[in-house]
Design a protein around this ligand. Structure first.
Ligand SMILES: [Fe+2]
Length: 506
């Protein structure tokens, strides 16, 4: 059912006051300028102590019985039947030490987990990532499962609903956002937990956890927190991501650990560079779609072909191949893969009429055009009729007209250009505090000047609506083969602040 019922409890207070992790609890919201100053000061302090920090034991070297207890459980679509439906599920988790096996016990009844599947375990630094793919699942069926090892211990029992068989007019719902971290992520996590029974999957367009920012936090100046924040984020996501597919794309914050403690340690520098943590922690359906690691891949769900792209490394002048601290990239030829993927998707447009794409960097934002990305991708989107593209990176919201080569089509009725949406304000430590304050009765008492924050600026060309200064994410309802309903929610207030219907005669 949609919309979900309103929350029983009052909306949460300002997110920086809730559940902020111990390691960063004293930060709160900071302005971009003060964040930059903090980075400089803390960087200097960190350099002074890095010789000591580099000699500290690696994080997460858990001991005792908890060391093999599964945590950070999350799932992703996997498998592929003869008609292109994902008929499996990848189940992933971490342990702090290696276990003899990586096992998922599962079944159709929570008290009878009569089936089991085994997978693999690997370690890129200190913890161990387990991935097990469940194959040949019944469509649209609730499965119960637990993960672990007979000696190391088992998780509690979780459940998910397997993917449906594709159907042209099947309605589906999903959440989409970019740039969600531990710090300032509380309101978006609360919103997602409120709607989780009403959405089929989550699509995170890069910048996941913000582990690479941890060294700017004062309490991490002498403590190596990179892996701690990754672990904390994935544990915060477990209640959501253990129950529905959590699909991802890479963002710049997944590229590497670039704290002084990393750069001055050859072990850390090599172990935590070039998207290594990101590629170990998730298991996206690249084997099924011909993609590469978790960098780019595609999957089908209901009436939609989803395409997850890499805007960090995979085309000429991609930002992380040339501009980051350590060299990145070398993952392969995404552009050739993308064209083949879109050709194949268009062969099946009768049963999956919608093609939606996502990645981290926007092509259009704030009146600017990301020209290297545009040069590499836009003609493919246009030629193969990609309906909508979602991005993050910019920590705000912007809905653009359908646009091609910078020329907008001012209509959402059967446009022949791609609609571009940026939803990069999910909440992270690089965002200024939300523009919401409350009195003792939990009433909103001040808000940003909406005439500034909510406008259409003709000078910016393609932008229709924009929103700055609030935490927010997108919710998409694919209603049938011709209608898609996009909504933008401010998550602190759990209120809808924009929506649009896209109609396409597929
Ligand atoms: Fe970013």
């Amino acid at each position: 059912m949609w919309p979900p019922p309103p929350p029983a409890a009052p909306p949460p207070a300002a997110p920086q006051q809730q559940h902020t992790p111990a390691a960063v609890r004293n930060r709160g919201g900071t302005s971009p300028a003060s964040t930059t100053m903090i980075k400089v000061v803390v960087l200097m302090a960190a350099v002074a102590v890095v010789a000591v920090a580099a000699m500290l034991p690696a994080a997460c070297s858990g001991l005792g019985s908890e060391a093999t207890q599964p945590e950070q459980v999350h799932i992703a679509l996997a498998g592929l039947d003869a008609k292109g439906n994902p008929n499996g599920m990848a189940v992933s988790w971490q342990t702090h030490t290696r276990t003899a096996t990586s096992v998922v016990r599962y079944g159709l009844n929570s008290t009878a987990l009569t089936m089991h599947a085994t997978g693999n375990c690997s370690s890129y630094y200190a913890t161990f990532d387990h991935h097990v793919v469940l194959h040949n699942l019944l469509p649209k069926t609730r499965y119960y499962y637990q993960v672990g090892d007979a000696t190391g211990g088992w998780s509690k029992v979780f459940s998910f609903v397997s993917a449906p068989l594709s159907s042209r007019d099947m309605p589906i719902n999903f959440a989409v956002w970019g740039d969600l971290g531990v710090v300032n992520g509380d309101s978006t996590l609360a919103f997602l937990n409120n709607i989780k029974d009403n959405i089929d999957l989550m699509w995170h367009a890069g910048d996941i956890a913000y582990a690479d920012d941890t060294f700017i936090h004062l309490t991490c100046a002498t403590k190596f927190c990179y892996e701690d924040i990754w672990n904390e984020y994935m544990n915060l996501m477990q209640p959501l991501a253990s129950g529905m597919p959590y699909m991802t794309t890479p963002g710049n914050h997944e590229a590497e650990c670039h704290s002084p403690a990393c750069l001055l340690s050859s072990e850390r520098r090599e172990a935590l560079r070039n998207f290594t943590a990101y590629n170990h922690r998730f298991r996206m359906p690249s084997p099924e779609s011909g993609g590469v690691l978790n960098m780019w891949h595609s999957f089908n769900y209901g009436p939609v072909h989803f395409v997850s792209l890499d805007t960090e490394t995979a085309f000429p002048l991609a930002p992380e191949e040339h501009m980051y601290v350590l060299p990145c990239g070398g993952f392969g030829d995404m552009l050739t893969w993308l064209e083949q993927d879109l050709i194949e998707a268009n062969k099946h447009r009768d049963e999956r009429p919608w093609i939606l794409a996502a990645s981290h960097h926007p092509m259009y934002f704030g009146g600017n055009i990301n020209e290297p990305f545009q040069k590499a991708i836009e003609d493919l989107f246009h030629k193969y009729n990609v309906d909508m593209y979602f991005a993050g990176h910019k920590h705000s919201y912007e809905r653009d007209y359908p646009v091609y080569k910078g020329v907008p089509q001012p209509t959402y009725y059967n446009p022949n250009s791609t609609v571009y949406i940026t939803v990069g304000g999910a909440g992270n430590d690089e965002m200024e505090g939300d523009q919401v304050e409350r009195n003792n009765q939990n009433d909103v008492i001040t808000r940003a000047d909406e005439s500034d924050m909510w406008q259409s600026n003709p000078n910016e060309g393609v932008a229709v609506k924009k929103d700055n200064g609030y935490y927010g994410i997108g919710v998409v309802h694919v209603l049938n083969s011709t209608a898609l309903h996009f909504e933008y929610y401010r998550t602190t207030l759990q209120e809808k602040y924009d929506e649009v219907y896209l109609f396409k005669n597929h």
